[in-house]
Design a protein around this ligand. Structure first.
Ligand SMILES: [Zn+2]
Length: 255
């Protein structure tokens, strides 16, 4: 029996995600955008919450923690780097830590930049990663607390995941990300094609996530800051990768 994953829209543009292991009966909520929306998703699937995996402290990812823990007694796992800001945290995890979820091993990557303690959860056996607000489809999180170099190093860790890893992220920002990406790489055919697909999917009111590492390596300008064609497009051929990333991030911030 394989891991079951249920994604649902939450708040204005967040995604909630439930991960269910049918064998153990464990169910984790990846972040908790709001207690009511996570409860509704649990009820829809008939699953009982056992864990919350918190990616970072922002309110739109942790607001449901306290109420869900009070109702279900779930264990809240979250980033050691900002544990004091995560309501109800039981277990603090950081780079290289692993823990069991049913028979699955969950690996933790520290991906600071958006926040200083931000982490991602990877389940290699299921070829899935939950990256919070570090990376989005064709985009990445704003660098609120860290530096551009720090965020580039975090994205570089995601670059190294197997290309067929399925990636869940915190927000549906894909359409505006695609528009911006085309300003960086107007001639990237994979990007042109994906941007058109995204318009079709959104016109139907469907989610554009999850994505894959392969799709992001081909179309995400933030992940592609090290590629010679991206550097050339920005006339930054000799600049370090992180500086190219920083230029792209600054342009997006001002777009
Ligand atoms: Zn955030």
């Amino acid at each position: 029996m394989t891991l079951e994953i249920y994604q649902f829209p939450a708040r204005s543009d967040n995604y909630g995600v439930l991960v269910h292991d049918p064998e153990s009966g464990n169910t984790a909520s990846i972040d908790a955008p709001s207690a009511a929306e996570v409860e509704a998703a649990l009820a829809a699937k008939g699953w009982k919450l056992t864990h919350i995996f918190t990616t970072h402290h922002h309110n739109d990812h942790t607001e449901g923690n306290a109420a869900l823990k009070a109702q279900t007694g779930c264990e809240i796992i979250g980033p050691s780097g900002e544990s004091e800001k995560v309501p109800g945290i039981d277990k603090k995890v950081g780079e290289g830590d692993t823990f069991k979820f049913g028979k699955y091993t969950v690996e933790v990557l520290e991906t600071p930049g958006h926040t200083l303690g931000h982490i991602a959860y990877v389940i290699p056996e299921a070829k899935v990663a939950f990256v919070g607000d570090t990376m989005f489809a064709m985009g990445c999180g704003r660098v609120f607390e860290g530096t551009h170099e720090m965020m580039w190093n975090s994205l570089s860790k995601l670059r190294k995941l197997p290309a067929d890893t399925v990636v869940y992220a915190g927000h549906e920002y894909t359409q505006s990300n695609a528009k911006f990406a085309l300003t960086i790489e107007p001639d990237n055919e994979a990007l042109q094609q994906r941007a058109a697909e995204v318009d079709t999917v959104r016109a139907q009111g469907m989610p554009t996530l999850p994505t894959t590492i392969a799709a992001e390596l081909a179309t995400n300008p933030f992940l592609r800051a090290c590629e010679p064609e991206v550097k050339a497009a920005l006339k930054m051929n000799d600049a370090p990768d992180w500086a190219v990333f920083g230029e792209i991030r600054t342009r997006k911030d001002n777009a």
